[in-house]
Write a protein that binds this ligand. Structure first.
Ligand code: PEP
Length: 256
């Protein structure tokens, strides 16, 4: 078991929730809850809340992430935000390739790869999401799907850079549905991802990469999921919007 070789990270994905006053209130609630966590604590918030979140979390153990980033440095890309724009205001993490972006906004493995490389080049830590559809799991091709995503999403990403990246295994059928992967299913795929990384980068590098589980993780199911040997924290949607629930997850990651 090599869990001590990497940091467990609990990252909240607020999605399209919270106006600025609501965000301020939630962050103030989160600060004391997160204070004692020994895992990494990240909140990924809507673009309009990024500056507020960076300001309010200064001097705390809470890091701030965006929910997407464009791959070009600047130019005629209406509505998009570049990696430099994020780092300039103090953002440290960014979610890339979330299944909602893939499903509703035409994100492909090629654009995930471009965004990942642009984020890394700018000094952001990408949280790259991979995961199979329910139909793909039923057809018993989960591992093929994941292997393909890992190959394409990290094409041309160096060993140094993969160590700075987080991979979130998020079975699409478990996101926002209340249906969670079993601890065994989560461990099986997280371990498989680590094996894919070991083939490409070697075991030492693979053992150092944080691989999260995401998909309806909540205070009731988190302990078992987070205790799995290859599950290094979680990417959390719904439960990241309630400070008390998020606190239970932080404790479970701290203890797991
Ligand atoms: C997510 O949005 O990445 C996620 C895992 O959502 P939820 O926890 O609500 O399933």
């Amino acid at each position: 078991m090599n869990k001590e070789l990497r940091q467990a990270v609990i990252a909240g994905n607020w999605k399209m929730n919270k106006t600025r006053p609501e965000a301020k209130a939630l962050i103030e609630e989160l600060k004391p809850v997160a204070e004692k966590a020994t895992c990494g604590v990240v909140i990924c918030v809507p673009f309009t809340n990024l500056e507020t979140a960076v300001e309010l979390t200064k001097g705390t153990n809470i890091k701030v992430g965006a929910e997407n980033v464009h791959f070009e440095k600047s130019g005629a890309f209406t509505g998009e935000i570049s990696a430099d724009m994020l780092t300039e205001i103090g953002v440290e993490y960014v979610i890339i390739g979330h299944s909602e972006r893939r499903q509703y906004f035409g994100e492909t493995d090629e654009t995930v790869n471009k965004r990942t490389k642009a984020a890394l080049a700018a000094g952001l830590k990408p949280i790259v999401c991979v995961g199979e559809l329910l139909w793909e799991r039923k057809c018993d091709i989960t591992k093929e799907v994941i292997a393909r995503q890992i190959k394409l999403d990290f094409f041309d990403v160096s060993a140094e850079d993969i160590k700075k990246s987080i991979i979130a295994y998020e079975p699409v059928w478990a996101i926002g549905t209340g249906e969670t992967a079993t601890a065994e299913q989560a461990e099986e795929v997280c371990l498989f991802i680590r094996e894919q990384l070991a083939e490409k980068y070697g075991k030492e590098v693979a053992d150092s990469v944080t691989i999260q589980y995401g998909g309806s993780m909540n205070p009731k199911n988190c302990a078992e999921l987070l205790a799995q040997p290859d599950v290094d924290g979680g990417l959390i949607g719904g439960a990241s919007l309630k400070a008390q629930d998020f606190g239970v997850l932080l404790d479970a990651a701290t203890n797991g």
